[in-house]
Design a protein around this ligand. Structure first.
Ligand code: FES
Length: 373
């Protein structure tokens, strides 16, 4: 594990390094180290985290000052030995020797130890997502927010249930209903703002926090479903806050296209049910269509149904009876899911993701659709 030979390099005056407890130092564009100083002792380890390469020197020291906490997803490495935290000592980043002579700090560029990555079992969500045989599978995602103990009537969820029921009983599909309101999940914490590579698939939060329940949505979208049907109320002219909380967490799916040319959503259909509020159906639909298109979803003819009674309808309690009594809306919900199913059937036998396309984006580079990475 130790390397031989010495190759000392002068970093500069010791006093210049005492004022900061952790910093990143690039040496001749060849090596970058995380240099720490705590309780009168320096430490130097590789700057590159074992997880997905986060810059350890830009992290922070833990409360005891012993471990560097990676700034990307909080993995810890001993600031002097480079060993992972207790229980993860096998996860090791290289350690570098330091010495002080004539008030100057030197580093031996030959590491004392080599990097070792403890094998971590891959997250279940990262498995291959080739479609499994079977009937068309439809997941409904209700994004309405309500009191869990005493749920009120939801017009959007009502129409979603009608669509799913029709899909199951008449169209012989497999169906699943996910109510976001019943899941405990964290908001996106913007790891991509630290670095594009810090946003991972599965989501960084999903990998770190086993109590986070958005894995159910990821599983349905990426692996299980051929069709997703998202329902939302209109709140202040926009989709529900839970819808946006989910959408932000789906960044990790879109970012795979941006940073890895990896498309997780292929040959899948999305459609929407939008109700309530007094106005702005087309704007809400436009946002949803635009977002799900960016993930790779395809749309059936007329991909959403909606209901709103207009700007002057202040008597919102009547929205419920309006929807409840409307055979028109119920028929529309059934026909929406029928269109989705028929499109999904086409996509089961017609792979639209086997040719190269050019996507505009940060670098307007070619994306090889369908190519496994
Ligand atoms: S914890 Fe360091 S890159 Fe993820």
């Amino acid at each position: 594990m130790a390397t031989t030979g010495e190759n000392w390099y002068e970093l500069g005056f010791v006093d210049d390094y005492k004022g900061v407890n952790l910093r990143e130092i690039k040496i001749d564009n060849k090596l970058t180290i995380a240099l720490s100083y705590h309780n009168g002792k320096f430490g130097a380890i590789s700057n590159t985290c074992n997880h997905v390469g986060g810059p350890l020197g830009k992290g922070s020291l833990d409360d005891d000052g012993d471990y560097i906490i990676c700034p990307w997803h909080n993995w810890k490495f001993h600031r002097v030995t480079g060993l992972g935290e207790p229980g993860f000592e096998d996860d090791r980043v290289p350690q570098y020797r330091l010495k002080i002579e004539n008030n100057k700090l030197y580093i031996d560029l030959n590491p004392v130890t080599t990097r070792h990555k403890k094998p971590h079992p891959p997250h279940l969500l990262s498995r291959d997502n080739t479609r499994k045989d079977g009937p068309i599978r439809i997941v409904g995602i209700s994004t309405t927010v309500m009191d869990k103990a005493y749920p009120r009537y939801s017009t959007s969820e009502k129409l979603l249930k009608i669509a799913l029921d029709h899909a199951k009983t008449e169209l012989k599909c497999e169906t699943m209903l996910i109510k976001l309101n019943e899941l405990h999940f964290r908001s996106c914490e913007g790891y991509y703002s630290k670095s594009a590579k810090a946003c991972t698939w599965p989501c960084s939060i999903t990998q770190m926090d086993s109590s986070d329940q958005l894995d159910k949505v990821y599983e349905a979208l990426v692996h299980w479903a051929d069709v997703i049907l998202v329902s939302t109320p209109i709140r202040w002219g926009a989709a529900s806050s839970l819808y946006y909380k989910m959408a932000e967490r789906l960044n990790c799916i879109q970012n795979q296209i941006t940073i890895r040319n990896k498309i997780l959503i292929k040959n899948k259909v999305a459609s929407f049910i939008i109700t309530g509020g007094q106005d702005n159906v087309q704007d809400v639909a436009g946002h949803m269509l635009g977002f799900f298109a960016e993930l790779g979803f395809l749309f059936p003819p007329f991909p959403y149904i909606a209901h709103s009674r207009g700007w002057s309808a202040e008597d919102m309690e009547n929205n419920m009876t309006d929807v409840e009594n409307s055979s028109d809306l119920k028929d529309a919900a059934k026909d929406l899911v029928r269109r989705c199913k028929e499109m999904a059937e086409i996509l089961v036998v017609t792979d639209l993701f086997k040719r190269k396309v050019v996507l505009s984006g940060r670098k307007a580079r070619k994306i090889e659709l369908g190519k496994k990475k």
